[in-house]
Design a protein. Structure first.
Length: 139
C-alpha cells in the first residue's frame, strides 16, 4: 500500500483527539505508535510488518511509561491543596452538629467544619487543616 503513511497519520490524529477528549491516558501510546509506524511505512510496504510494529511500539510504550506517568499525575497538587495551612474568614458560624458553617477564601465561599468539633463564631479567622470532599476542615 503506497499511501499507508497517510492512514497511520489519520489513525494517530483520531487517537490524539480521543485522548484529548477523555484525558484518561488511554490512547496516547497508541497514537504515538501510529505516528512512528507512519515513518516505518515509508521504508516498508508490508502491512503486516507495519501492524506488528504498531502493536509492539504501542505495547512497549504502554508498559514502560504508564506507571511513571500515573505516579506523576497522582502527585500533582490541585489549586485547592494550596489552601491547606492558609487562614480563612468564618462568614457563617461553624457548628459540626447543626452544620451550615461557611468560610471565605479569596472570593470563594466554602462549606466548613471544625477539626475538633468546637463551635467557631462568625468573624473569626481560622486555619485550613485539610479538605474533605467539598468541605474545609478548619481549626
Amino acid at each position: 500500500m503506497e499511501y499507508a503513511w497517510i492512514v497511520w497519520i489519520l489513525i494517530a490524529v483520531v487517537l490524539f483527539i480521543f485522548e484529548a477528549v477523555t484525558v484518561t491516558l488511554t490512547s496516547i501510546w497508541f497514537a504515538v505508535g501510529a505516528l512512528v509506524t507512519a515513518v516505518i511505512s515509508y521504508f516498508t510496504q508490508n502491512i503486516w510488518i507495519q501492524i506488528l510494529c504498531f502493536l509492539l511500539l504501542s505495547a512497549l510504550l504502554l508498559v514502560l511509561t504508564r506507571p511513571v506517568l500515573a505516579k506523576w499525575i497522582k502527585r500533582a497538587p490541585t489549586n485547592s491543596d494550596s489552601m491547606i495551612g492558609k487562614q480563612v474568614l468564618v462568614i457563617k458560624k461553624i457548628d459540626n452538629v447543626s452544620g451550615g458553617g461557611q468560610v471565605k477564601y479569596n472570593a470563594a465561599v466554602w462549606t466548613a467544619k471544625s477539626a475538633d468539633n468546637s463551635i467557631i463564631e462568625e468573624g473569626r479567622k481560622v486555619t485550613v487543616q485539610e479538605i474533605k470532599g467539598v468541605s474545609l476542615i478548619v481549626k
